[in-house]
Design a protein around this ligand. Structure first.
Ligand code: ARE
Length: 582
């Protein structure tokens, strides 16, 4: 038995409440090492004649990655407290694993057990319910649509007449979005994530000048109000981007520091190394990356904190926005985010807080800071498998499983899944222009748990490499849009909405049955949907170990009964199949 690989910690990633009465416990062991795991558990105060009363419960072998097996069990401690440990068995032996030691059998001393002291409701991770059924659409406002030419910035380039450069302006604005809400409604999305809208000098607006003003080239507060009202009418949620890690160079307090140096009353609003402040050859203050245009804000300073928190409250209160996406969220101090959460949730308990973190995000996902992070590990895996074909189906499943068990299940339900953004090459480009692969990527995105996001234009076949390539003008001429891809995306979105199993009502697992077809299963106790994606240019036939006897099966893409060929799924080269089993 590989004891060194046995891992559990009573922290919020492996032992956590999933609702006010039920908790979930997970354990990690070396792959194929342990054959059975039993949870030994009891209430810490439940004793009879000096004997602690405990019970046993088998854990489920829930998933496996390259090196580990994951075990999981749900339990409802009647008094909301628990001491617990694990009996691990393989063919040769059985041992008890507790907080402090391994033992031959469950020990008498409950100090040896792991401890869930009390399932306090205040410690529960809770994300807004609506997010679990939201399909997002990300808009980079400068490039979505130019609806009001009177707002065009100087030197505006005619819409789509050339590929964007770092400093191009094409005149996209909020009126343009209002004008195309029918398009978005028809597409079926029900949430818009806007990259920053506030006053800034660049085209991407990540260099804020005024956190309380809409950028003049995008429109006015009235236009935003109208846009939000129109979205509400259509059941579309609106999420804005908050850039609180740094300000823009032209943020007046930073300009004051540049002008007055050490005498500026704002000198502690930033992280200035020494005076006078310089920008060249290198800035002598903390910045985002090495960008002198983005001085890092001192979010520990009470005035900065108040200023930014008031901005967060202002747009939530006055504009009734539904979400905040937090830029460079992992570089801002966590005490700030805790206050941020308390403040915005006071105004709207249902406001979605999405942090931009590309790495392991567990510190921010414990219920006291974010509701979700941008799930870039999902992006990487999906693209490596489908777009690049650089990993095998087996590796893909292992990688996805690893991410799945990195986070508690309630966290996974709210994960913001994406296959591209304004910071990455577009999927069509990642897929080397292969439209079928794009469809496969979108199928995975829209049948995975979490809350999926489509980057504007991906649905009509826009291409583009790294920024600024991925920020081309949206194509509005129907003849130049890829209507086949658009219709396919619409169909997938409609399916996700009509089949709750595809969003968050279904458990998710993988079948590792073929090295050319990836197979996902979404199921609840009554029914299941199998998602099969043949990645190869060859036919495939897979026999899924699912009891199909007397069950009705429907091909969700055609709406017709699925025909079985000797209990096998026959797949054409590159074929995508979604089959519902009743
Ligand atoms: C642009 C170019 C740069 C160039 C710079 C110079 O992209 O190559 O060096 O200009 O002027 C915004 C703009 C960008 C702009 C940038 C700086 O949108 O166009 O860059 O400002 O002016 C990391 C961070 C993550 C961050 C990405 C970009 O962790 O927070 O880098 N993303 C946000 C936004 C961006 C925005 C900013 C931050 C700044 O979404 O749009 O940029 O406000 C790995 C790493 C990650 C890394 C990721 C991507 O996975 O582990 O940490 O993310 O790669 O690089």
């Amino acid at each position: 038995m590989n004891k060194a690989a046995v891992y559990h910690r009573a922290d919020r990633s492996m032992a956590y409440s999933i609702n006010s009465d039920e908790m979930q416990i997970r354990l990690k062991t070396a792959k194929n090492d342990i054959h059975q795991v039993t949870l030994v558990h009891g209430d810490p105060y439940d004793w009879t004649n000096d004997q602690w009363n405990f019970s046993q419960l088998d854990m489920k072998a829930a998933g496996t990655d390259e090196l580990h097996d994951y075990w999981e069990v749900n339990i409802s401690p009647p008094y909301h407290r628990l001491r617990y440990g694990f009996i691990l068995s393989n063919k040769k032996k059985s041992v008890f694993f507790g907080e402090k030691n391994f033992h031959p059998a469950p020990p008498k001393d409950i100090g040896e057990y792991f401890c869930m002291p009390y399932m306090n409701k205040a410690d529960l991770f809770q994300s807004p319910e609506w997010v679990h059924n939201t399909i997002w659409y990300q808009i980079f406002p400068e490039r979505f649509a130019n609806g009001d030419a009177s707002l065009n910035p100087p030197a505006t380039i005619p819409w789509g007449s050339e590929d964007p450069k770092r400093d191009s302006f094409f005149g996209g604005d909020l009126q343009g979005v209002i004008d195309h809400l029918d398009y978005l409604e028809d597409l079926g999305i029900n949430g818009i994530y806007f990259t920053p809208l506030f006053e800034a000098s660049s085209n991407h607006k990540y260099d804020t000048i005024d956190y309380f003003e809409i950028d003049q080239y995008f429109g006015s507060k009235e236009t935003l109000k109208e846009l939000i009202a129109e979205c509400k009418k259509r059941g579309i949620k609106v999420m804005l981007d908050a850039v609180f890690n740094h300000s823009g160079f032209f943020f007046p307090p930073f300009q004051d520091v540049l002008e007055k140096g050490e005498n500026s009353r704002y000198k502690d609003w930033f992280h200035i190394w020494d005076f006078p402040v310089q920008t060249t050859p290198e800035p002598n203050y903390d910045t985002f990356a090495f960008t002198y245009m983005m001085p890092k804000l001192n979010t520990e300073h009470p005035e900065v904190k108040n200023y930014l928190l008031e901005a967060a409250r202002y747009w939530a209160r006055e504009f009734d926005i539904d979400g905040w996406r937090l830029d460079v969220a992992n570089e801002v101090d966590q005490a700030f985010w805790r206050e941020f959460r308390t403040e915005v949730k006071k105004i709207n308990p249902d406001l979605y807080i999405l942090g931009e973190v590309w790495h392991d995000s567990i510190p921010w996902l414990q219920g006291d800071q974010f509701d979700a992070v941008m799930n870039y590990p999902f992006t990487t895996n999906a693209l490596q498998l489908i777009a690049k074909r650089s990993i095998t189906v087996k590796t893909f499943i292992e990688n996805m499983t690893k991410v799945q068990y990195m986070y508690p299940s309630p966290v996974n339900k709210a994960a913001f899944n994406l296959v591209g953004s304004h910071d990455t090459p577009r999927i069509l480009t990642e897929c080397d222009g292969d439209e079928q692969r794009v469809k496969q990527v979108l199928t995975l995105l829209l049948s995975y748990y979490g809350t999926p996001c489509i980057y504007y234009g991906d649905e009509i076949g826009l291409s583009g490499g790294m920024d600024p390539g991925c920020r081309k003008c949206m194509e509005w001429d129907p003849h130049k849009q890829n209507s086949e891809l658009l219709n396919f995306t619409k169909q997938l979105i409609a399916l996700r909405k009509s089949e709750p199993l595809l969003s968050n009502d279904g458990d998710l697992s993988f079948y590792n049955l073929s090295d050319q077809t990836v197979i996902l299963k979404r199921e609840n106790k009554q029914e299941a949907i199998l998602i099969l994606i043949n990645l190869s240019d060859k036919k495939d036939a897979v026999k899924v170990p699912y009891s199909l006897n007397k069950r009705k099966t429907v091909d969700l893409m055609t709406g017709e009964a699925h025909k079985w060929k000797k209990g096998k799924f026959k797949l054409k080269p590159q074929e995508i199949k979604l089959v519902k089993i009743h």
